[in-house]
Design a protein around this ligand. Structure first.
Ligand SMILES: NC(=O)c1ccc[n+]([C@@H]2O[C@H](COP(=O)([O-])OP(=O)(O)OC[C@H]3O[C@@H](n4cnc5c(N)ncnc54)[C@H](OP(=O)(O)O)[C@@H]3O)[C@@H](O)[C@H]2O)c1
Length: 239
């Protein structure tokens, strides 16, 4: 799928805005499923939904050639029981809703790309974690990542290519990105060495993230894909 077509994005946050701008710039028609139509990116048409129930928004699936799900409550919060539930449910439930919508769609999109996270891998200082030999970690965040991917897989359809984005930290200037938060801490004099300093930090620039997404839509890749710069920070400094 290389010629400009119709892209439907779920969620209107940092990555959605960057991706909407990127594909609009390439001549694509972009629509955004959002609970807050006033926050939809300027380059996209807002399609209201509540992220919980089927409705009129499903007609946008018929129009779409590719669907990308970027929904999920921000993880920039205290990990109390209420927030943990919301972090998990906002990802699993929106994935289920889209999966159900695609399953019921008379003319489904050719490609469904669902956000996931490189957090699914164990903390590793011995070797990189790839899609073939990477080992899952343990704990709450990993459990969320597994439930999120499992939910997407439940709704796989033969004619809809599904790709799961195991994305690392995305660096960019968008409002919700991690960069303004880290920059604010640094300005307050709170930056410094994190942890022992021997750990790797996997990252990707937001522009490369958009390029990767374009590549994944255009090419026949399916299943989990690590979306990250080839070298983690720390790796280059190792002897
Ligand atoms: N940014 C990164 O570095 C990074 C790295 C790895 C994975 N990811 C994953 O990629 C996805 C997008 O990341 P992002 O940085 O763009 O996040 P973001 O800016 O926080 O945007 C997430 C969007 O999800 C929607 N949302 C939140 N809670 C929801 C709920 N309960 N029901 C339905 N929709 C809900 C919101 O859209 P509306 O308010 O418009 O409905 C929100 O704008 C997230 O799932 C995140 O975990 C991000």
């Amino acid at each position: 799928m290389t010629a400009p077509q119709n892209l439907l994005i779920a969620g209107s946050g940092f990555l959605s805005s960057a991706v909407a701008q990127w594909f609009h710039g390439k001549g694509w028609t972009v629509s955004v499923l959002t609970r807050r139509p006033d926050t939809a990116p300027a380059q996209a048409t807002a399609v209201p939904w509540d992220g919980q129930s089927p409705g009129e928004w499903e007609s946008a699936l018929v129009e779409a050639d590719a669907v990308v799900n970027f929904c999920g409550q921000s993880v920039n919060c205290r990990y109390n029981a209420k927030n943990r539930r919301a972090i998990r449910e906002s990802r699993v439930q929106t994935t289920r809703l889209l999966g159900q919508g695609i399953a019921d769609c008379p003319s489904p999109p050719q490609v469904w790309i669902n956000a996931a996270s490189a957090t699914i891998y164990r903390h590793a200082e011995d070797r990189g974690m790839d899609e073939y030999h990477g080992e899952p970690g343990t704990g709450f965040s990993v459990e969320v990542c597994c439930a999120w991917e499992d939910e997407a897989r439940r709704w796989q359809k033969p004619k809809v290519r599904q790709t799961l984005l195991r994305t690392s930290l995305v660096l960019g200037h968008g409002a919700n990105s991690v960069y303004p938060t880290l920059a604010r801490l640094a300005r307050l004099g709170l930056a410094g060495r994190m942890g022992p300093g021997s750990q790797f930090i996997s990252w990707i620039h937001v522009e490369d993230f958009c390029r990767a997404l374009e590549f994944l839509i255009a090419n026949e890749l399916a299943g989990p894909v690590n979306v990250t710069a080839p070298e983690a920070l720390g790796e280059l400094a190792r002897p």
